[in-house]
Design a protein around this ligand. Structure first.
Ligand SMILES: [Fe+2]
Length: 429
């Protein structure tokens, strides 16, 4: 089983001082260490185990010419890997260290919370490298951050974002015409990367938005189809990066129009649920890297867009939401239940709800509820469940009283239709 080491452990210890002069012996030594390490691990011989770490550290030192790290287990493993990978260049070593810390973080953070200092001690690495490792995961969409007390928090729960105040500071004012009508577009459930997604319709809706002078569009989530066991056959591309890049290639971009989107907890949200990736944040990062600033992430599952009222005290709030659960027999029933569940303080003036792939406008408890329809044909799954897909998008206008309460609402539904069902099933591969 494997090559037999040509020397004993005692001989190794005797030879250590001139090991560097003898690369053959060095190789033997490594084989020997491997053998003893396995043995010591199996028998739980801690003294033997740590003797080996000492030896390994010295080998690493000889190989790389670098000052060795502390003899902690993590550190030794690091030394061995780093020593093998490069000749000891400091930048590379730091990069390797950063990668290794990031790997440890990815594997363990769901189970335990660790601080930057603890990790820095454990790896004998500068704090800046630990921070870089955290930033690296965040740059890849990881839902990870360092809190104010220096703990690294990684969670599949996405932190709620600050309320979206449309006062011209962080977010622009909601456009209003001379007669006082506020105006915006509302869509959702585009399911890009699905074979059933209707890019033609989505583009047509944006063309109309542009022609109508719309500048703000709210998207209620499910902008991509995501990956699951049961949608594999329905996808144009697979995997988070492929789908998000596909989205950035295909999601309409029109001069002057900004799309403020939430992420659903299903479809794109499956990556959040499974891997703890803040997918909306990640999409926005990828978009910005491409110079697309027209896609702005505003929240996971929901966000309240708030328009300050003229009296300086009140507000109009629009709840942008991707609810869950199945459709009900009556189309408006699901949003009525959402409205019933609002506590007095949080009840918005308007609700924009995705998820159900239905178009609807209903007023419940004084909340103007819109279901934002979809731009995806009925899928085999929906057909099986006898769920109808309503294709289209909204142009919504409203006026308010001094205190922000909505006084008038006008809405226009841009309506489209499924591709001919038989054509889809018999003539598409
Ligand atoms: Fe959806």
């Amino acid at each position: 089983m494997g090559a037999k080491p040509a020397i004993t452990l005692q001989e190794v210890i005797d030879l250590l001082p001139d090991m560097t002069k003898n690369p053959v012996r060095l190789h033997d030594l490594e084989l020997l260490l491997k053998k003893y390490r396995v043995k010591y691990e199996l028998t739980g011989n801690r003294v033997g185990y740590y003797t080996l770490y000492g030896l390994k550290k010295r080998i690493s030192q000889y190989r790389t010419g670098l000052k060795p790290y502390n003899t902690t287990p993590g550190r030794m493993a690091a030394d061995a890997r780093i020593g093998k990978k490069n000749g000891g260049n400091t930048t590379d070593r730091h990069k390797d260290l950063q990668k290794m810390i990031a790997d440890v973080l990815r594997k363990n953070l769901d189970k335990q919370v660790i601080s930057v200092d603890q990790l820095s001690d454990r790896f004998d690495a500068p704090v800046s490298i630990v921070r870089d490792a955290v930033n690296d995961i965040a740059a890849g969409g990881g839902n990870i951050y360092i809190n104010e007390r220096g703990f690294i928090i990684h969670t599949k729960d996405i932190r709620p974002m600050n309320v979206m105040v449309m006062d011209g500071r962080r977010y622009p004012k909601l456009p209003q015409d001379a007669a006082g009508w506020y105006r915006f577009g509302a869509i959702g459930d585009n399911h890009l990367a699905s074979k059933y997604s209707r890019l033609d319709i989505l583009n047509d809706i944006y063309d109309r938005y542009q022609a109508e002078g719309i500048r703000v569009v709210f998207n209620t989530g499910n902008w991509v189809d995501g990956d699951a066991r049961f949608n594999k056959h329905d996808l144009e591309v697979h995997g988070i990066d492929a789908q998000l890049n596909y989205m950035l290639d295909h999601y309409p971009q029109r001069p002057g129009i900004t799309t403020y989107f939430i992420a659903g907890d299903d479809h794109e949200g499956w990556w959040t649920q499974r891997e703890g990736i803040n997918v909306g944040q990640y999409l926005m990062q990828l978009a910005e890297r491409r110079g697309r600033t027209d896609l702005v992430f505003i929240g996971y599952m929901e966000q309240f867009a708030v328009i300050p009222a003229r009296d300086g005290k009140g507000k109009t709030s629009i709840h942008v939401m991707h609810p869950g659960g199945g459709s009900a027999y009556a189309i408006s029933y699901t949003v009525q239940k959402i409205v019933e569940a609002y506590s007095e303080g949080e009840k918005p003036d308007m609700l924009l709800a995705g998820h159900y792939h239905k178009a609807d406008y209903t007023v419940a408890r004084g909340v103007h509820c819109f279901q934002t329809a979809c731009t995806q044909d009925q899928t085999p799954f929906m057909r099986k469940k006898r769920l109808k897909a309503v294709l289209g998008g909204w142009i919504i206008e409203f006026q308010t009283h001094e205190n922000g309460a909505i006084s008038r609402v006008k809405s226009e539904f841009l309506n489209y239709y499924n591709r001919e069902f038989y054509q889809k099933w018999h003539h598409r591969s």
